[in-house]
Design a protein around this ligand. Structure first.
Ligand SMILES: Cc1ncc(COP(=O)(O)O)c(C=O)c1O
Length: 432
């Protein structure tokens, strides 16, 4: 008998990868699709995907460039790098030029490459996006978690960062800061960013400022920490969230001059792995980053819908006794069910995984457990992505309502009905 054939093939897997499972957000999506295929009614509040269409002017630009077929320079199409630098200058007030920009196939891939080329710890506040930690695991990097809490709206506090850094002040570290936040929908004020920037400067940290939801600040008031710590901040962004173009796979990193050595190292890895980012997409992205009236108008309506829906969902949950922060951006809430834990425990629910599993089984509502965002298993938190609605229809309907008016219950009942009914089902389920 051939021994090699009978042994499990995964003994040949790299140890860092063995035992890892599909990214939580993608896994829940596949699970929901399978349940839907069985005819079950499922509310997909698991995967964080923009419900809105890509602005038409950007789609038109892609059509016009479908014939572009050549590989582009590894760092990105020069006019795109220029447009991104201009855009980041507008957002952050920092003087960037095309030479400071790296374009890649999604910011997720770029974060992986950054961690690959940088030798140091990855510091991640919790709760935070599901992929930072697995990327560090795959690469064998040390992860240092910084816990935050519901009382501080899940924000990283400067004293927490300081006390971690103080233990070994000169240790190389990348700190990830994501705002508006996935999963909490929270953000930072300028004063809060300044305070974090002071600590970052003191310990010469590399700050990876993940601003992929920046344009989805519900009041259009996003501000970058690069304004206060330009020399150590890399701004990460892309088309996926504000432009509704996750599947286009285009991400951008902007570096200060002092971190160009990282940009160059990333470009080397890119040149030996993915070569460059899709050519037609890069041409279309120039239009996206140049902005203009149509795109501003689109963003105003998108923010208005998300603001109304996020606040409505938070209110419903609070009325049901759940603790949840007021959302400031993106399309997420991170409800904490601890105040109703006594009711859940009576039904045998003790962990966030059990909470999500039972809610999906019993009411067909899919959330992602807090454990996927680095929170302790027994903390009854979950992420709710309020995106299960037809964004194109909602945009058309919002146009009919004067811009000075907030969108209200009747609008949401009509155009975001699936999310509203998922909330009702969740709240009924809690009071059980
Ligand atoms: C916080 C955060 N950062 C980064 C990404 C990755 O975005 P992309 O790779 O599509 O640019 C996501 C996507 O879900 C995200 O939620």
């Amino acid at each position: 008998m051939n021994k090699r054939k009978t042994s499990s093939p995964d003994v040949h897997l790299n140890l860092n990868v063995r035992g890892l499972t599909l990214s939580a957000a993608l896994a829940i999506n596949e699970r929901c699709a399978a349940l839907r295929a069985q005819g079950k009614q499922i509310h997909m509040l698991g995967l964080g995907q923009s419900p809105f269409p890509i602005p038409q002017v950007i789609v038109d630009e892609l059509k016009a460039n479908a014939h572009q077929r050549r590989y582009l320079p590894v760092r990105g199409l020069p006019p795109l790098r220029e447009a991104v630098a201009d855009y980041m200058r507008r957002i952050s007030g920092v003087e960037y030029g095309a030479q400071d920009v790296l374009v890649g196939p999604g910011s997720k891939q770029m974060m992986f490459v950054l961690q690959l080329v940088y030798y140091g710890d990855l510091v991640i506040p919790t709760p935070s996006w599901t992929s930072y930690a697995p990327q560090a695991d795959i690469l064998g990097r040390q992860i240092r978690w910084l816990h935050s809490d519901a009382l501080h709206d899940w924000r990283l506090l400067p004293e927490e960062l300081d006390s971690l850094c103080r233990t070994d002040p000169s240790r190389p570290r990348i700190v990830v800061l994501n705002y508006p936040s996935n999963p909490s929908g929270g953000s930072y004020t300028q004063e809060e960013l300044k305070a974090l920037a002071r600590v970052a400067r003191q310990y010469r940290l590399v700050l990876l400022s993940d601003e992929v939801y920046g344009e989805l600040h519900h009041r259009g008031q996003h501000s970058s920490i690069a304004r206060f710590y330009p020399e150590g901040t890399i701004i990460s962004s892309g088309l996926s969230k504000w432009c509704g173009a996750g599947g286009w796979r285009l991400g951008t990193f902007v570096f200060p001059r002092s971190l160009h050595w990282l940009l160059e190292a990333m470009a080397v890895v890119a040149s030996e792995t993915y070569t460059s980012t899709s050519t037609p997409i890069q041409y279309a992205a120039v239009r996206a980053f140049q902005g203009g009236i149509e795109i501003e108008h689109y963003l105003t309506q998108v923010r208005r819908i998300l603001r109304a829906l996020g606040r409505h969902c938070a209110r419903q949950l609070r009325d049901a006794g759940v603790r949840v922060s007021e959302p400031r951006g993106a399309f997420y809430l991170f409800p904490d069910f601890t105040p109703v834990a006594h009711r859940l425990k009576k039904r045998g629910i003790h962990t966030s995984d059990e909470l999500c599993e039972r809610l999906l089984e019993e009411r067909g509502v899919a959330l992602l457990p807090g454990s996927a965002f680095g929170r302790p298993a027994h903390e009854l938190c979950a992420r709710l992505a309020y995106v299960d609605f037809d964004g194109a229809r909602a945009l058309v309907a919002a146009e009919q309502i004067p811009a000075t008016q907030e969108l209200e219950g009747a609008f949401l009942e009509q155009h975001c009905a699936y999310v509203i009914s998922a909330l009702k089902k969740t709240c009924d389920w809690i009071s059980g």
